[in-house]
Design a protein around this ligand. Structure first.
Ligand SMILES: Cc1cc2nc3c(=O)[nH]c(=O)nc-3n(C[C@H](O)[C@H](O)[C@H](O)COP(=O)(O)OP(=O)(O)OC[C@H]3O[C@@H](n4cnc5c(N)ncnc54)[C@H](O)[C@@H]3O)c2cc1C
Length: 384
C-alpha cells in the first residue's frame, strides 16, 4: 500500500460514499476523535440524499410486519434534536425540524377501509393517532379535496430540509478535520491476512484500520468483498415532482393519499412524490409515472393544478432484499456496512451514525440495531 502518511494512517477510518449515511457516520466518528477520510466518487451529498423528500415519518411509514423499523425509526426521530444541535455547533448552520404532522387521507369506501386498517394498527401499537371521519380532515388542512371520505391524523411525524442538512453535514465534516476526497471513486477494498487494510481508489491506495461501505445503491459494486458477504443492495428508482407554491398558497401539512404524498417545504417547494420502480440504474424522468403522480396529487389537493412545475428529479434508493438497512460488521475484521436504508435514510441517519460509531470504536452491539445486522444475509453466517 503506497500511503504517504505512514503508520498513523493505520488508525484512519475510511468511509466509501458521501451521502447522508457516510457523512453522518464520518462526522460522528470525528466528534469522537477518530481520523476519517471519506471517498466520494462524484460530489458529496448529491445522491439519493439530495433527491429525497426529507420526511421523518416512522408513524406513517410503518408497515404491518415492520415493528423493528418502527422502534429504530422512533428512536432516530427522537435523536434528531441532539443531532441538529451538534450539527449547528460544528457547521454554524441551524437546520429546523418541521413537526406540523401528517394526514393520511382516503377516498371512496374501499379506500376508507384501507386507511381504517392503518389507523387500527397504529392504535394497537399505542401511537398517537386520531381518526377523522368524513371531511373532518379539512379542518386541519383546508386545501384537501371535498371528496375525502376519511383521514388519519399523525401529529408526531416530522420533516426536515434534507438539502440544507446535506450542506451542513459536509461543512461539519470538513470543519471537524475530516479529509473529504470528492471525484474519488473507491474501486476496491484491500484485505491483508483476512482483515481490512485499506481502500484502493482510482488514484491512490488509502490505509485504514476500518472501512465503512456507505455507497448507497452502489454498495454492491465495490470490488474485493467476498461473494458470501456482498451486501444485497439494489437501486429502486424514485421520481419526484417539484411544484412552486405561490406566496399566498398555504399547504400546511404533509398529506399522504393513495400512491402519492404532498410535502410542503419552507422554501416554497411543494414535493409530489414518489414512484418506486425496479429500473436498475436508470435515472431518466418518464412521462407516465410523473403523470400518475400529478393526477393522484391533484385528486387529494385539487388546487395544485395551477402551480408551476419547477422540476422532476430522480433518485436511486438503496434497497436490500428485505428492504431493511444493513448496519454493522460485515464478517471481515474492520469492514462495516451502513447501507440499504431504502425509503428511510434521512430518518435513520442519527440512529445509524450514533450506533455504528459505538460499534466501530467500542465494539458494542446496540440492541436497536441488532435486527439490521448484515449477517442476516451472509451465506457463511460470519458475525464479526
Ligand atoms: C424520491 C425519493 C424520496 C425519498 N424520500 C425520503 C424521505 O422522505 N425520508 C427518508 O428518510 N428517506 C427518503 N428517501 C430515501 C433516502 O434518500 C435514502 O435512504 C438515503 O438517501 C440513502 O443515503 P445513502 O447515503 O445511503 O445514499 P446516497 O445519498 O445515494 O449516497 C451514496 C453516495 O455514495 C457515492 N458512491 C457510490 N459508489 C461509490 C464509490 N465506489 N466510491 C465512492 N463513492 C461512491 C455516491 O456517489 C453517493 O454520493 C427517498 C429517496 C428517494 C429516491
Amino acid at each position: 500500500m503506497n500511503s504517504a502518511k505512514g503508520h498513523s494512517d493505520r488508525h484512519n477510518v475510511v468511509i466509501i460514499g458521501g451521502g447522508i449515511i457516510g457523512l453522518s457516520v464520518g462526522w460522528q466518528l470525528l466528534r469522537r476523535g477518530a481520523p476519517v477520510t471519506l471517498c466520494e466518487r462524484e460530489t458529496a451529498g448529491r445522491g439519493a440524499s439530495w433527491v429525497a423528500a426529507g420526511m421523518l415519518a416512522p408513524h406513517s411509514e410503518v408497515g404491518f410486519e415492520e415493528e423493528d423499523f418502527l422502534k429504530i425509526g422512533m428512536e432516530s426521530l427522537s435523536q434528531f434534536p441532539q443531532f441538529l444541535d451538534e450539527l449547528d455547533e460544528d457547521s454554524g448552520q441551524r437546520i429546523e425540524l418541521d413537526d406540523r404532522g401528517t394526514l393520511i387521507v382516503g377516498f371512496h369506501r374501499d379506500d376508507t377501509e384501507r386507511i381504517r386498517r392503518l389507523y387500527e394498527f397504529r392504535e394497537h401499537l399505542g401511537l398517537p393517532v386520531t381518526w377523522l371521519p368524513g371531511s373532518a380532515g379539512r379542518d386541519i388542512e383546508p386545501l384537501l379535496s371535498p371528496k375525502i371520505t376519511a383521514a388519519i391524523w399523525l401529529p408526531d411525524d416530522s420533516q426536515v430540509n434534507n438539502r440544507e442538512l446535506m450542506d451542513a453535514l459536509k461543512t461539519a465534516f470538513v470543519k471537524r478535520g475530516g479529509v473529504l476526497k470528492e471525484n474519488t471513486p473507491a474501486v476496491s477494498i484491500v484485505l491483508r491476512n483476512g482483515e481490512v487494510a485499506g481502500v484502493a481508489t482510482k488514484n491512490e491506495d488509502i490505509d485504514a484500520a476500518a472501512v465503512v461501505i456507505a455507497a448507497g445503491c452502489w454498495s454492491n459494486c465495490i470490488d474485493g468483498i467476498p461473494d458470501d458477504i456482498r451486501p444485497p443492495v439494489r437501486p429502486v428508482k424514485g421520481q419526484i415532482v417539484t411544484l412552486r407554491m405561490d406566496t399566498d398558497y398555504e399547504l400546511g401539512h404533509v398529506v399522504r393519499a393513495p400512491d402519492v404524498y404532498l410535502l410542503p417545504k419552507d422554501d416554497g417547494r411543494l414535493l409530489v412524490g414518489a414512484t418506486q420502480e425496479e429500473m436498475g440504474f436508470d435515472v431518466t424522468p418518464t412521462a407516465g409515472p410523473v403523470m400518475r403522480l400529478l393526477e393522484r396529487g391533484w385528486e387529494a389537493i385539487p388546487s395544485i393544478y395551477d402551480l408551476a412545475i419547477e422540476g422532476i428529479e430522480v433518485g436511486l434508493r438503496p434497497g436490500s432484499r428485505d428492504h431493511e438497512p444493513l448496519v454493522g460488521p460485515s464478517g471481515i475484521e474492520g469492514l462495516f456496512y451502513a447501507t440499504g436504508h431504502y425509503r428511510h435514510g434521512i430518518l435513520l441517519a442519527p440512529a445509524t451514525a450514533y450506533g455504528l460509531v459505538d460499534m466501530i470504536l467500542e465494539g458494542t452491539r446496540p440492541g436497536l440495531l441488532e435486527p439490521f445486522h448484515p449477517s442476516r444475509f451472509s451465506r457463511s453466517k460470519r458475525t464479526r
